[in-house]
Design a protein around this ligand. Structure first.
Ligand code: BV8
Ligand code: ZN
Length: 248
């Protein structure tokens, strides 16, 4: 029986993961696509309706907080009917089987934690949290409906989403610990990211620089594919469970 190429690639990926003492994972919007969360750059993606500079930069928020909040409140509302998919659960299972594990995500949907992942570095923030532009208070508001333009109940100042916008620094402590985990890993599993946004995408180079193996899981080749030791082409919701099952 001719082995499907994907089966061979899954075997190679499983061999690297089985040997690994330390595993790091980097995820992007693609890991949540099968949960019904729109990605950014695919057809029908979030950036189709909006321009990044109009809704995901500090200047955009200063210019039109109502438009920015409409973009984020829409995504918060969408999240209420969204659940983790088999890919999220497979990554939570992988963590259970690996002594040293870190999951670094660009996603702001909180689905990895819902699926049971524990060691999570959220590089770009989270849709459930607001941050006050006055007193800097950060509050977890879950997915409750917020005002069109919400204000702080403590100091009255304008609230913003606790999200890292373009041209903003990533949260210092979180970036450092993510970078360290990737530098120390034996295997970096890169799932569902176009590898366009920095510095997150730079973590793939970091893994290679420090001698780690890179396994990529994506629907299609990306900017990172040339760096990958194994490229698993297909849906993460299908391929990740098969990869984890091969670990025995
Ligand atoms: C910073 C919050 C320092 C918003 C986000 C030129 C070159 C290089 C860099 C730059 C440059 N010009 C500017 C920069 C820096 C800039 C940047 O990287 N720009 C890019 C666009 C070139 N970066 C920044 O500004 C960062 N900060 O640099 O600080 C600094 C400080 C001060 C002054 C100057 C500099 C901040 C970046 C953070 C921005 N915020 N998110 C929000 O979410 O609302 S980034 C945004 O893109 C999301 O977080 C998202 O996660 C991220 C990356 O996108 P992906 O997750 O990869 O999603 P995408 O849709 O692109 O791809 C989906 C993939 O999934 C596809 O490959 C698809 O094939 C695959 N897929 C789909 N379905 C499936 C699947 N795979 C598997 N299974 C499936 N079923
Ligand atoms: Zn305040």
């Amino acid at each position: 029986m001719v082995k499907l190429a994907i089966e061979t690639e899954l075997d190679r990926a499983a061999a690297f993961a089985r040997e690994a003492e330390r595993i790091a994972v980097l995820t992007g919007a693609g890991v949540s696509a099968e949960s019904g969360v729109p990605t950014f750059r695919d057809a029908g993606g979030l950036w189709e309706g909006y321009a990044i500079e109009d809704v995901a930069t500090p200047a955009a928020f200063a210019r039109d907080p109502r438009l920015v909040w409409r973009f984020y409140n829409l995504r918060r509302d969408n999240l209420r009917s969204v659940r983790p998919n088999a890919g999220h659960f497979a990554l939570a299972e992988l963590e259970n089987r690996c002594a040293h594990f870190a999951l670094v995500t660009q996603n702001v949907d909180g689905l990895h934690r819902q699926a049971g992942s524990r060691t999570i570095h959220e590089l770009h923030g989270n849709l459930t949290r607001t941050r006050c532009t006055g007193c800097e208070r950060i509050e977890d508001r879950g997915l409750e409906p917020l005002d069109d333009v919400p204000h702080c109940t403590h100091c009255g100042a304008l609230l913003r989403p606790d999200i890292v916008w373009f041209n903003e620094m990533l949260p210092a402590g979180i970036w450092e610990s993510a970078e360290t985990a990737v530098a120390e890993c034996d295997v970096l599993l890169v799932v569902g990211t176009s590898a366009i946004v920095h510095p997150a995408a730079g973590l793939i180079h970091t893994a290679k620089q420090f001698g780690g193996r890179v396994i990529e899981c994506n629907l299609e080749p990306t900017a990172a594919s040339s760096l990958a030791d194994v490229v698993l082409l297909g849906k993460s919701g299908e391929l990740l469970p098969r990869l984890v099952n091969k670990l025995g």
